[in-house]
Write a protein that binds this ligand. Structure first.
Ligand code: ADP
Ligand code: MG
Length: 351
């Protein structure tokens, strides 16, 4: 006989499961913005607008002109582990930002979420709040998707208490948008503070860049990091055994007192990775004193099988199949570019 004192195992309901998952995926307003902007990029949007109020705590709205979601698929977009991006047969073959099918259901579990989308002739919308989903209904909309998240964490007061000031949360949102904007120079981004209602005010804007990849990237980096960075940085373009390294790295004379201006991307994904930061430091070791930090925006691209982005739901960590190779590529490409620039500078002076 089973003792009445024995703990009972019960299946959690969907709302609870989604709230637990949300704890992993949505730490603060900026994480919601990241998920929504990545979804817009995955939908091949050419223009993306992010509006927020009160540091994103009361409202986050991401509008894109991407391929949209068909009305009959809207409920699926809100169900857990439902995604259009992978079929699950090869978790290392990932070409999109998303693949877990967790962001929208998670956001719907911790805020009031409305998705309006138009993929064909007519738009439709679906809304979810507190785990309760409203039926799909038609709505007037131009091509693309508008995802609106109100009152983030209203259902989880413990999380709400951990949020920082509106100013700090706004800063984090801005940082997320700028990082993604660096990796997507051909896409236009607008950031708008709509606290207090109305049109609000644009706090950041980057129009779509044109030209070849390096032109576009250079223009976008000038926009985000400033003309000073763009004018004082070296073009990096190197390849080794399937790994491509591109981007711009600052001259040693443009170094910073902190490592804040180091932007690293793997297959288009902004990452904060110890190995990559270490490689950057190593490359400049002969050119900078220890208390100075190089500014750089570097992009590593490789076959998705050579890197695991599946390490953490927030996905800012990656694991390379051959870390030594990546480190060597970065160190040697940057050293060459720096030595070359130094050589050019000294011959200019001499000549
Ligand atoms: P994932 O991005 O991991 O697939 P999400 O929960 O973020 O999971 O989104 C679920 C699905 O909803 C996506 O796979 C995609 O098909 C659709 N979707 C979400 N946002 C957009 C968008 N902005 N435009 C078009 N489709 C979208
Ligand atoms: Mg997603």
């Amino acid at each position: 006989n089973i003792s009445p004192d024995l703990p009972q195992i019960r299946q959690l309901d969907d709302a609870a499961i989604n709230r637990i998952a949300a704890g992993e995926v949505v730490e603060r307003p900026a994480s919601a913005v990241k998920e929504l902007v990545e979804n817009a990029l995955d939908a091949n949007a050419r223009r993306i607008e992010v509006a927020y109020a009160d540091g994103g705590k009361t409202l986050i709205r991401v509008t894109d002109d991407g391929h949209g979601i068909a009305a009959e698929q809207l409920p699926l977009a809100l169900s857990r582990h439902a995604t259009s991006k992978i079929d699950g047969s090869d978790l290392l073959d990932i070409h999109s930002f998303g693949f877990r099918g967790e962001a929208l259901p998670s956001l719907g579990a911790v805020g009031r979420l409305t998705i309006r989308s138009r993929a064909g002739a007519e738009g439709a919308q679906i809304a979810v709040a507190g785990g309760l989903t409203q039926p799909v209904k038609p709505t007037a909309l131009s091509q693309g998707t508008v995802v609106e998240l109100r009152d983030l964490f209203y259902a989880t007061p413990a999380r709400l208490k951990f949020l920082r000031s509106d100013r700090a949360e706004t800063q984090a949102i801005t940082d997320v948008v700028k990082r993604l904007a660096m990796a997507e120079p051909f896409v236009g981004f607008t950031l708008r503070d709509v606290s207090g209602g109305g049109e609000g005010r644009v706090t950041f804007r980057a129009d779509p860049e044109s030209g070849d990849l390096f032109d576009a990237l250079h223009g976008r980096l000038a926009r985000i990091l400033g003309n000073d960075f763009a004018d004082n940085s070296l073009k990096i373009d190197a390849e080794r055994e399937g790994f491509h390294l591109t981007g711009y790295a600052a001259l040693p004379t443009y170094s910073r007192g902190s490592a804040l201006a180091q932007y690293l991307f793997v297959n288009g994904r902004p990452v904060r990775d110890k190995l990559l930061y270490g490689a950057l430091r190593g490359a400049y070791a002969d050119f900078l004193s220890r208390d100075r930090h190089p500014a750089a925006a570097l992009f590593i691209d490789c076959d998705p099988h050579l890197v695991d982005v599946n390490v953490h739901p927030a996905k800012s960590e990656v694991r390379f199949r051959e870390p030594g190779l990546v480190r060597g590529l970065i160190v040697s490409a940057l050293r060459h570019a720096l030595a070359d620039a130094g050589h050019r500078a000294s011959t200019t002076v001499a000549g």
